[in-house]
Design a protein around this ligand. Structure first.
Ligand SMILES: [Fe+2]
Length: 356
């Protein structure tokens, strides 16, 4: 697997997959119980944090991580003070244990485009942690992209506009009167996202996150907010592309599905790409006001399909997709590296935690 091998004095061996240095892979040089790994994570804070800052992600492979509670122990071993409990993101998720959630309940044929977790919020998590409780038989990778490289390689004209205006998000959600958990264009209901039907609480959370709320229909809601689109790493000082244009722009989904078809070459991925192309052309005809999820430059100017395609190309040029192995644990620096999900077949369960 490895191209470069640095054997530490410790029992953990470090390597890289192929030519990419994303992620750095930690493997046990000798078999040890989970407790040893927990102790190592607890005691070698400086070492793994430095690697995480440099490479953007660490893949722990081959360690005896057998169940969700083992993963939870790893989260505790990081000694992060603010492990995630409340998820204000867009994916449908279920809580498994305290601080441990299912990564996404979206159907298996759905791609999830590259994004930094909750980058549309003022304070996105600094670290993300994934655990492959069950790796799928086919597909289902969690591809990673170095957002520092995306920032460096993005079309300068797009960069200039984001620098000047930032990014604006507008999302529409149905409320509790709709019993649906999932529709093609909306990923969840607002009561699922805010974790409450109490309007005082909803207003409070909205205020804390600078969300503008506009109610319509029976109990539907439009949320609008602005972000800068780029972020500086709080410790390293590096600048990263840091926005949700990939997941919120209608063109990104189409470009993504065709790229996935090229990669997976399956009948299903072809079908998904064709279907999404047709649905999206209807969407284009109906105009931006009809879109339930909409992202523009901060001044309201549309990000054109051509611009979006070029953004997708930069992501795919720098993306790394390593198939999961059951038991894998992945640490991600959310200020440097984005993640997504490729469609898959067969049972798959990836769990997630994060630290604010
Ligand atoms: Fe995510």
């Amino acid at each position: 697997m490895s191209e470069t091998n640095t054997v530490t004095k410790e029992w953990i061996r470090k390597s890289f997959v192929g030519k990419t240095k994303l992620p750095i892979v930690y493997e046990p040089a000798e078999e040890k119980p989970l407790d040893e790994l927990l102790r190592w994570i607890r005691n070698q804070q400086k070492e793994w944090r430095e690697d995480l800052k440099t490479y953007g992600a660490i893949l722990f492979r081959g360690f005896p991580v057998h169940q969700a509670s083992d993963f939870q122990e790893i989260l505790f071993a990081t000694e992060e003070k603010q492990l995630g409990e409340f998820y204000l993101g867009t994916s449908p998720r279920d809580e498994v244990l305290k601080h441990v959630f299912t990564a996404s309940e979206l159907p298996s044929h759905y791609p999830i485009m590259q994004h930094a977790e909750m980058s549309f919020l003022d304070n996105p998590p600094k670290f993300l942690f994934f655990y492959a409780e069950k790796a799928s038989a086919y597909g289902g990778e969690t591809p990673l992209t170095d957002l520092r490289l995306v920032y460096q390689n993005i079309d300068p004209k797009i960069k200039e506009k984001i620098e000047k205006y930032g990014i604006r998000y507008r999302r529409r959600y149905d409320g509790p009167s709709s019993q649906k958990r999932f529709s093609v264009w909306k990923t969840k209901r607002w009561d699922e996202m805010f974790g409450t039907t109490n309007l005082d609480k909803v207003n409070q959370i909205a205020k804390e996150n600078r969300f503008q709320l506009d109610w319509f229909g029976e109990d539907s809601l439009t949320i609008t907010n602005h972000q800068s689109g780029f972020r500086t790493h709080p410790i390293a000082g590096t600048i990263a592309w840091h926005n949700h244009s990939q997941t919120f722009h209608y063109q990104a989904g189409v470009s993504e599905t065709w790229k996935i078809f090229k990669k997976q070459k399956t009948l299903r991925s072809f079908g998904v790409a064709v279907l999404l192309t047709i649905l999206t052309s209807f969407k284009k005809l109906l105009g931006p006001n009809s879109h339930d999820v909409h992202v523009t430059y901060g001044n309201g100017e549309e990000i054109s399909p051509k611009e979006m395609k070029s953004i997708t190309n930069v992501f795919w040029n720098h993306m790394v997709a390593i198939p999961w192995q059951t038991g894998d644990v992945l640490f991600i620096d959310n200020f440097s590296v984005s993640h997504g999900r490729l469609p898959y077949n067969g049972p798959r369960r990836i769990l997630v935690g994060w630290a604010d």
